[in-house]
Ligand binder design. Structure first.
Ligand SMILES: Nc1ncnc2c1ncn2[C@@H]1O[C@H](COP(=O)(O)OP(=O)(O)OP(=O)(O)O)[C@@H](O)[C@H]1O
Length: 356
């Protein structure tokens, strides 16, 4: 497989700039999740890489081979991308073996055994029994169908595999197990993959790199831990992992020459980095909010119990500031409780709007 490099790519439809000057590198054999809300340009980016669309500006390269943006673009066939769409990818009149072999070069397909070795290899890769060869698509669950779709995409040894919300039609538990199986298969095949999703948990848990798009622009690309622990801005922090934003102030003249602390409605909190300004926006992750014997008074408004954990929505009594906490299920307080809260660990700080 090839490394994928997108450089300064822009694509507009009329007045809509769907992809806006995006630069992204996907190293050979790694999986990048393209994450963003509906309409942010994810599918357009995927279609540009596949060769279904041509960029208005910028280049796309597979290793050193420029496939779009310089001279004559390579056709989708010449690019040899594997494509896994949302659902309905399989030919309903072909059995599993014929579906998987369909993507193989014609000579290999015609040979006796119809590419059988490769079919078995692909079934092993996506962790489906070889006895599934003769099943019809309608005899498979949705998750199994998506695994066969991946097997079909990988069979011809493509340069890059593109997955467009491949789990979105599956229910929650199937979605998770299928997602993990697909990620394992991609790793085992040393595939270079681009996975489009609007599900942040999916992006963080399955990929090596998360690329966050907003209104066509790449806001941040980094490891899942980087994007979660050092989000580019408060909006991205709220989108990836959830967060409460609150005002903070760093007292330049105070006894804090390193500017590593700020005062807020939640009391004095420590910062991950020196404060970038005096007036700040602090981003507090729900798992950083702790209940205890000391802290700032708050009233519990609502508790959403998920079993292993619970989301607790609170209002700080003195300031009226809303806050969300995430605690292990059995330790959750009840709606209406008066509690004391504090912040655990350092928080990220950003300059407040209109301030230096
Ligand atoms: N063929 C087209 N003609 C006109 N506008 C388009 C076309 N394709 C996409 N767009 C617009 O470009 C923007 C990005 O669309 P795109 O489908 O890439 O977003 P997305 O992030 O994949 O959204 P979703 O998650 O809903 O699939 C949207 O505003 C969309 O309306």
């Amino acid at each position: 497989m090839s490394a994928l490099t997108v450089t300064g790519v822009t694509k507009s439809f009329g007045d809509t700039v769907a992809v806006d000057d995006v630069t992204l590198h996907v190293p050979h054999g790694s999986l990048t999740a393209v994450l963003g809300p509906s309409g942010c340009g994810k599918t357009t980016l995927l279609r540009l890489v596949a060769g279904f669309l041509d960029p208005d500006a910028g280049t796309i390269a597979f290793d050193d081979r420029v496939v779009a943006g310089e001279g004559r673009p390579a056709t989708p066939q010449q690019r040899r991308v594997g494509y896994v769409p949302q659902e309905g990818a399989l030919f309903p009149h072909l059995d599993v073996a014929a579906n998987i072999a369909f993507g193989l070069p014609r000579a290999e397909r015609r040979s006796p055994g119809a590419g059988s070795d490769r079919v078995d290899e692909m079934l092993d890769l996506v962790e489906l029994p070889r006895t599934f060869r003769s099943r019809q698509p309608h005899e498979l669950s949705g998750g199994q169908q998506q695994r066969v779709a991946l097997a079909r995409a990988l069979a011809p040894r493509p340069s890059v595999v593109l997955l467009d919300e491949p789990f979105s039609s599956l229910d929650a538990s199937l979605r998770e197990t299928t997602g993990r199986a697909v990620a394992r298969a991609l790793r085992a095949a040393h595939a270079t993959g681009l996975l489009v999703t609007h599900d942040q948990a999916e992006a963080l848990s399955l990929s090596d790199q998360v690329a966050v798009l907003r209104a066509g622009r790449l806001i941040q690309a980094g490891s899942p831990a980087d994007v979660y622990l050092a989000p580019h801005d408060p909006e991205l922090a709220r989108f990836v992992g959830g967060a409460t934003s609150l005002a903070g102030r760093c007292d330049r003249a105070g006894a804090d020459p390193d500017r590593r602390h700020a005062d807020s409605d939640l009391g004095r909190v420590s910062l991950t980095h020196p404060a970038p300004a005096d007036e700040l926006v602090l981003v507090v992750r729900p798992d950083q909010v702790r209940f205890g014997e000391s802290g700032v008074a708050a009233r519990v408004d609502e508790v959403s119990f998920y079993g292993h954990d619970a989301a607790v929505r609170l209002t700080l009594t003195a300031s009226g500031t809303p806050l969300v906490a995430r605690v292990t299920g059995p330790t959750a307080p009840a709606a209406g409780d008066d509690v004391l809260v504090s912040v655990y660990g350092p928080v990220h700080a950003y300059p407040a709007p209109d301030c230096d």
